[in-house]
Design a protein around this ligand. Structure first.
Ligand code: NAD
Ligand code: TYD
Length: 339
């Protein structure tokens, strides 16, 4: 079995590669990543020299490069993690989100049609459902909740989801889609809430909280997300959407205070700043379908996952410090320069 993992030099994609290589040593894993600011090749250092792993630097929007890779590898499965993923950046510059998240997904699926594959899996997000009110804790996103997006990021992901399902209906492409809640864990780029707060707290820098910090996210440890995708590509039904989330809703401010407490840093570092434009209030996934149909349940409790994550950022200071200094961008040149 050959699997192309796009966006595998990013946060969830790299964790997925580690999970798959450990669990299925006979699989061939090919990572396709263009190494945007969010891609860090050093993350993949531990697998880079393994004979069943290959890294290819290319853009998922580059039809020629994608076709060439399909020609060479004849993959069985594609798991598409490659995306522009940060809401704040999408507010500043929507164009690249439309390009990568929509055109890139279509380009990959065109190659799937051309060469034939067993499964195209689109990694999506609960943000395609928009948000829920803070005063209705009884409401959750199910797979039947209408798409109702708020940001250029979530709109581009929703467009990609619809395209993926259209390729199933129109061309019979064997696709699946997963819509997951907020992930946290090792190797998350320090622009997202949890790693940003850990890194800033460790550097005694201000902890910028949007608005009053009352927005709610449904946090899932990254490994549990990887296990869900593993199950879906092996056992999920084609043409289906699966919500992934662990019923772990937390207010932003409570997470930031918890990080301060765990690191022994004063809450006076917390700085309330102007709210994000169009800021979604609450995300909350109903994971009943993936539980009943595929037997998936989250395994990591938030209290354990957050401790492991903080521990990881403490033990791997160099990883995030080279990101903050910009040094990580030279890694590809160093490893592949002249090759
Ligand atoms: P990330 O930003 O950490 O990584 C994205 C990766 O994609 C990077 O390695 C980047 O170099 C690569 N990439 C970007 N544009 C590319 C292009 N045009 N061609 C090839 N590679 C490109 O993102 P993440 O947090 O790991 O998210 C991965 C996927 O999961 C995304 O599709 C995202 O929408 C989805 N998702 C994320 C979360 C979350 O909490 N982080 C939750 C649900 C769903
Ligand atoms: P983020 O990690 O960007 O994920 P998403 O917006 O995709 O859910 O943000 C999580 C929550 O944390 C969101 O409500 C915005 C908030 N937030 C802050 O308050 N300050 C910050 O510096 C960041 C990055 C996020």
């Amino acid at each position: 079995m050959t699997i192309i993992v796009t966006g595998g030099a990013g946060f969830i994609g790299s964790n997925f590669i580690f999970h798959m290589m450990k669990k299925y040593p006979s699989y061939r894993i090919v990572c396709l990543d263009s190494l945007t600011y969010a891609g860090n090749l050093s993350t993949l250092e531990s697998v880079m020299d393994q004979s069943n792993f290959r890294f290819v630097k290319a853009d998922i929007c580059d039809r020629e490069a994608v076709d060439r890779l399909f020609e060479e590898e004849r993959p069985d499965v594609i798991v598409n993690f490659a995306a522009e993923s940060h809401v704040d950046r999408s507010i500043e510059n929507p164009g690249v989100f439309l390009q990568t998240n929509i055109i890139g997904t279509a380009t990959l699926m065109d190659a799937c049609r051309k060469y034939g594959i067993e499964r195209f899996h689109q990694v999506s997000t609960d943000e395609v459902y928009g948000d829920l009110p803070l005063d209705r804790p009884d409401l959750f996103f199910t797979e039947k909740t209408p798409l109702h997006t708020s940001s250029p990021y979530s709109s581009s992901k929703a467009a990609a989801d619809l395209l993926t399902l259209a390729y199933y209906r129109t061309y019979g492409l064997p696709v699946t889609v997963s819509r997951c809640s907020n992930n946290y864990g090792p190797y998350q780029f320090p622009e997202k809430l949890i790693p940003l707060m850990i890194a800033n707290a460790l550097d005694d820098k201000p902890l910028p909280v949007y608005g009053k910090g009352e927005n709610v996210r449904d946090w899932l440890y990254v490994e549990d997300h990887c296990k869900a995708i593993d199950l879906i590509i092996h056992k999920g039904k084609v043409g289906e959407v699966y919500n992934v989330g662990g019923h772990n809703e937390m207010r932003n401010i409570d997470i930031v205070k918890l990080i301060c407490e765990k690191l022994g840093k004063p809450e006076s570092l917390i700085t309330y700043i102007a709210d994000r434009k169009g800021h979604d209030l609450r995300y909350a996934i109903d994971p009943a379908k993936i539980h009943s149909e595929l037997g998936w349940l989250p395994e990591t409790k938030f209290k354990d996952g957050i401790s492991a994550t903080i521990e990881w950022y403490l033990d791997n200071r160099e990883w995030w410090e080279t990101i903050r200094s910009g040094e990580y961008k030279n890694y590809y040149e160093k490893m592949y320069g002249g090759k």
